[in-house]
Ligand binder design. Sequence first.
Ligand SMILES: C[S@@+](CC[C@H](N)C(=O)[O-])C[C@H]1O[C@@H](n2cnc3c(N)ncnc32)[C@H](O)[C@@H]1O
Length: 312
Amino acid sequence: MKTKYITKKKKSPKQNKFAPGQAKIRELQEEYLVKKEFKINSTTQSIYFSDSRNMSELKDNSVHLMVTSPPYFNVKEYSKDYSGKDLGNIDDLDKWFEEINKVWQEVYRVVQPGRKIFINIMNLPVKYNDVSFRTLNLVGKTIDSCEKIGFIFKRDIVWHKTNGVRAHFGTYPYPGGLLLNNMHEFILEFEKPNPKKIDKYGHLTREIKEKSKISRDFWLSLKNSDVWLMKPEKSGEGRTHIAPFALELPSRLIRGYSYLTETILDPFVGSGTTLKAAASLGRNGIGYEINRDFEKIIDDNLNPKQLELVAV
Ligand SMILES: C[S@@+](CC[C@H](N)C(=O)[O-])C[C@H]1O[C@@H](n2cnc3c(N)ncnc32)[C@H](O)[C@@H]1O
């Protein structure tokens, strides 16, 4: 595996005639875009440690598939960055939608017409007035937002988790306060329209198409049900990132909806699960991650020894 760093200015740093203090240095550093490239398995995995609300490094219509799970607003603490760049640290739900939608808008620009995006998201149970709980309608609103941007909503897939969030026993044995364990998340499938009927697989050779063929068994394992049973990554102490999704999730989608050598995007890289799946399946990957603290975890995840562990 070869790793390469490319550092360039995203926009010119402001000139400061005085020696910059720590705060200023930090501000200047933040204006540098850091791209890290891994050459693995004849693929290139590129990671921009940058804000995915602006993916100006990527050309229009250049991505063949997007798979991601967004940070949930102010529920999990991914970082101590409250500058507004970390979309996981936004307190107001409407504001969170507004900012996340900027990412979906960018995704719309860069995805090739006729191709798919998959968003892993759940209706989030939250504490309400610190006593009871309510569930936030994130799924329905995400569908509405993405349709407004122009995507076609194709279907939702239910990810049935084997160890979801266990609720306590409520009013047992008396009826009324029955709390259900939360055992599922959604994977929302959208398509970018292709009004000009561009041949969306025109860039692929016959050989690549043949090599990308999937077995009948795997095809059926995707097709037979829109409820997919997949074991989540380890939780608690044994987990290296705060909310990684199951490796099987991007692996299934990449095999099912893209071809060898194509480009897969994850605008919220986290621990790098999507890129790990892409590398092991012979696809190029592009990811954005705002939190540089995850670099080591990403490095470990993209280690070729780890890639051999990919099971689909
Ligand atoms: C739910 S996690 C993604 C987990 C990932 N699927 C995995 O398997 O590890 C969301 C990630 O989005 C990142 N993030 C938050 N705001 C961002 C932004 N503006 N641009 C890029 N990444 C951002 C967070 O730092 C966090 O790592």
